[in-house]
Design a protein around this ligand. Structure first.
Ligand code: PLP
Length: 317
């Protein structure tokens, strides 16, 4: 279980470990959405994504351990490597042979030990579990963990400090750690606020699980919103129930709609974001997200290959 007190405690705990990120209005999106739209620029967080909040809180809460480990390959692995080095703990990030070299290098550059294991995420996870079992490492998963959710929830507190009259928050949704934390934080202060989840049409595991009424597996597909891929875990303990109980609406976007969001944020708002972070803008452009009061879009991450980003902005992606 996660409570608002856990988020408030996380906020104090990670104050010196993460940035307070800016919020800015978007004139063009406000015009299209029919009401004021604010961009929460969390893609300007250290390591380029909000994941540093949850990882820092989880690492700061640890007692005596040999080190920390995970098998996430993207933004969480990078955040965990950074948080561990700030707090002086060894980190071993396990990746499969499929993980591209640039991502491996970004993790290794933070001082973490990188273990390349097998040819699938499952095999990499096996090694993380072995480190936990045999070598006294703490395994910090990317979303289904109370300290990670509480850390992500600090973003919800920050949003209400910056936009106190927010009527709705649009949250990129994958495993649901971000949405669970933000929704709990925001609704504890403002029970009437609406929390909208946005995912891609291709391989959205939380959407399929909510539809089924229990966690299900979906086939993973390549998507522009690569940080939103992956399952929620068949033995999900926290985020499935929290998303089910706290989310007020869910929008699924096509690949073209995500690309349009990336392009719009670059050309009209001057922000370089990855696909996962562009879904709020994409939803407004598609006509499926309106601002019936101040609407906050969470720009969740910036980690996109620059060549790919340039091609998308030119309309070739
Ligand atoms: C991880 C991530 C998300 C989704 O967060 P969940 O807690 O898994 O729902 C969204 N955007 C970016 C950039 C991410 O790295």
């Amino acid at each position: 279980m996660v409570a608002i007190e856990d988020i408030l405690a996380a906020s104090g705990r990670i104050r010196d470990l993460v940035r307070v990120t800016p919020v800015k209005p978007s004139a063009s999106l406000s015009h299209l959405a029919g009401g004021p739209v604010w961009l929460k620029c969390e893609h300007r967080q250290e390591t380029g994504a909000f994941k540093l909040r949850g990882a820092s809180n989880a690492v700061a809460r640890l007692g005596k351990v040999a080190g920390v480990t995970t098998a996430s390959t993207g933004n969480h692995g990078r955040a965990l490597a950074h948080a561990a080095s700030r707090l002086g703990l060894p980190a071993v990030i396990c990746v499969s042979g499929l993980v591209p070299r640039n991502k491996r290098e970004a993790i290794a550059a933070l001082g973490a030990e990188l273990r390349v294991i097998g040819a699938s995420q499952d095999e990499a996870f096996e090694e993380a579990r072995r480190l936990q079992r045999d070598e006294g490492f703490a395994l910090i998963p990317p979303f289904d963990h109370a300290d990670v959710i509480a850390g992500q929830g600090t973003l919800g507190l920050e949003i209400l400090d910056q936009v106190p009259d927010a009527a709705a928050i649009a949250v990129p949704l994958s495993g649901g750690g971000l949405l669970s934390g933000v929704a709990l934080a925001a609704k504890s202060r403002r029970p009437d606020i609406r929390i909208l989840g946005i995912s891609m049409e291709r391989g959205a595991a939380m959407a399929a699980s909510l539809r089924a009424g229990h966690p299900v597996e979906v086939e993973e597909a390549e998507t522009l919103a690569d940080s939103l891929g992956g399952g929620i875990g068949l033995t999900n303990r926290l985020t499935f129930a929290m998303c089910r109980d706290l989310m007020d609406g869910l929008i699924l976007l096509s690949e073209d709609e995500i690309a349009a969001g990336i392009r719009h944020l670059a050309l009209k708002d001057g922000e370089t974001v990855e696909g996962a972070a562009a879904v709020g803008a994409g939803a407004i452009l598609s006509g499926r997200l309106r601002a019936d009061g101040p609407l906050v879009l969470i720009l969740s991450g910036a980690n996109i290959d620059p060549t790919r980003h340039a091609a998308i902005v030119r309309g070739e992606g």
